[in-house]
Design a protein around this ligand. Structure first.
Ligand code: BES
Ligand code: MG
Ligand code: ZN
Length: 493
């Protein structure tokens, strides 16, 4: 990981390859450029006049070999209008600037982007740098192709008294980014190397220091009556697991269970997916990756609340042992599910995980995360996670945590009106809806059957967990969507 430190001295003394300067659209001049020398101001004004650089948000311009400074380039970083600046705009601009520095082959840079006025600015800048620097090249034989050459980043700070407090912000950013990137790694790891038992192995690494880990294998699941998880996993030679990581600090007053869908590959099962839809379905364990990452980060940060990750993991495959459409499964809760489509498997494994969590862990709140429905991608695209809950307080808190973190959610209703669509003629509930419309909501309605009294929220991350195209500090592939949202949520709990 990149080292982030403070540089408290004169800009001219910085021995770095690049210097990053914040620029605002509505400012005619730039106080930092004038510190570097008049040639920089002259050049800046020329650029602005010719509209080659207008300081629009997330736009950068590289100046090279100018003035009497050590750095070989100065990167102008647009932030839009000063009065419109907010956290997410800063994060995105920091990410674009970081990538520009990377392209100049810099191994170090000094950033002045922490000079802007935003709450927790040091945290925000550090977080964006560490998230933007991510690349997944564990599987490239020429290791390190996409790897960053940037080793050191310095944040300018000429207020020595403020440094100890600001250092804490960097420390938090390092943990948040480390575990967001951990979730990305888990999601990007191919399904031949990541299957239920591998997730269990990852969970076991968390044992100790207030963390208890329990893994239920197929024998235990049978004994317990977790027939829904078993049914989905039965078509695969990789056997299913229910994984519980319980971070329980002394004196904890509140508890949150984070339940994750952990389908390590979703072929659709007997209702097999067409090829183009099956591609990228290694991402179907993203909810599980988030749950493990959040509990890991909670432990690393020493948060004061109890946080429990519950992961229902299986591989959804067609075979002679696979579960079938028309099967009826008796779940852990005692309720029966009629299977209408084996590709609606996420809600099936979650039915056991949610009921198990409520009955055995008895947390104050449950939040589940799942790449649950293609319909959510249709509704909200790749920028927004779907939120469903009947608890208005959780909805408000999650929406606010989303705004602060930039890991945003939008609420969809769970009104009674939708209830009938999930009825089965011969079982308690069916895993597909009578109508094709509102597929995200009806999936949420299905899950609702398996949580009795606990305040609960469901996050559909089908569109946000895995990207076909990078977005600023989010890479192509696994994004870790949900990790920063929940860490922010827990912080406000
Ligand atoms: N894992 C998929 C949902 C999904 C789609 C995630 C696209 C990420 C990107 C889920 O198991 C699924 O197959 N859902 C079906 C449900 C249908 C059969 C009711 C879907 O969305 O088509
Ligand atoms: Mg499916
Ligand atoms: Zn799935």
């Amino acid at each position: 990981m990149i080292k982030i430190n403070f540089f408290p001295q004169n800009l001219h003394d910085a021995k770095v390859d690049a210097i990053l300067i914040p620029c605002f659209e509505d400012e005619k001049t730039n106080q930092y450029l004038s510190l570097l020398g008049s040639e920089f101001i002259d050049e800046y004004q020329r650029l602005c006049k010719s509209k080659s650089f207008e300081a629009k948000a997330a736009k950068v311009h590289v100046l090279s070999s100018l003035g009497k400074i050590n750095a070989s380039s100065v990167i102008l970083v647009g932030l839009g209008k000063a009065k419109d600046l907010y956290c997410e705009r800063l994060r995105r601009s920091v990410a674009v600037a970081h990538k520009a520095a990377k392209q100049t082959k810099a191994s170090s840079y000094l950033s002045l982007l922490n000079q802007v006025e935003i709450p927790d600015v040091t945290f925000t800048v550090a977080e964006a740098i560490l998230l933007a620097d991510y690349s997944f090249d564990n599987y490239k034989s020429k290791n390190g192709n996409g790897k960053s050459k940037i080793k050191n980043v310095f944040l300018w700070n000429n207020d020595a008294k403020a440094i100890p407090e600001k250092r804490k912000e960097i420390k938090r950013a390092e943990v948040v980014a480390r575990f967001t990137n951990y979730a990305r790694n888990l999601v990007n790891t191919p399904p031949n190397d990541l299957y239920p038992e591998v997730l269990a192995k990852e969970a076991r690494k968390l044992k100790g220091k207030g963390c208890k880990v329990t893994v239920f294998d197929e024998k235990a699941l049978k004994r317990m009556g977790c027939n829904a998880i078993l049914a989905v996993g039965n078509g695969s030679s990789r056997k299913p697991r229910l994984i519980v990581v319980d971070y329980h600090p002394k004196g904890a007053k509140k508890s949150l269970a984070v339940v994750g869908k952990g389908i390590t590959f979703d072929s659709g099962g007997l209702n097999i997916k067409p090829g183009s839809y099956m591609e990228t379905m290694k991402c179907d364990m993203s909810g599980a990756a988030v749950a493990l990452s959040v509990v890991s980060a909670a432990k690393a940060l020493g948060v004061k609340h109890r946080v429990i990750a519950v992961v229902a993991s299986a591989e959804n495959m067609p075979s002679a042992f696979a579960y079938r459409p028309d099967d009826i499964i008796k779940t852990y809760s005692g309720k029966t599910i009629e299977i209408g489509n084996t590709d609606a498997e996420g809600r099936v494994v979650l039915s056991d995980a949610l009921a198990f969590t409520e009955k055995n862990i008895k947390p104050d709140q449950i939040i589940d995360l799942a790449t649950l429905t293609g319909a959510c991608v249709v509704a909200l695209g790749y920028w927004t996670t779907g939120l469903m809950t009947t608890n208005d307080e959780m909805a408000t808190m999650l929406s606010q945590a989303g705004e602060r973190s930039g890991d945003r959610v939008w609420r969809l209703p769970l009104w009674e009106d939708y209830k009938d669509t999930m009825k089965s003629d011969i079982a308690d509930v069916k895993n597909i809806s009578k109508c094709r419309d509102s597929g995200t909501i009806t999936a949420g309605i299905f899950l609702q059957h398996f949580v009795k009294n606990t305040p609960w929220a469901h996050l559909d991350i089908a569109g946000t967990a895995f990207l076909k195209e990078a977005q600023y500090y989010k890479p192509k592939g696994g994004t870790g969507a949900g990790v920063r949202l929940l860490l922010e949520y827990i912080d406000a709990m």
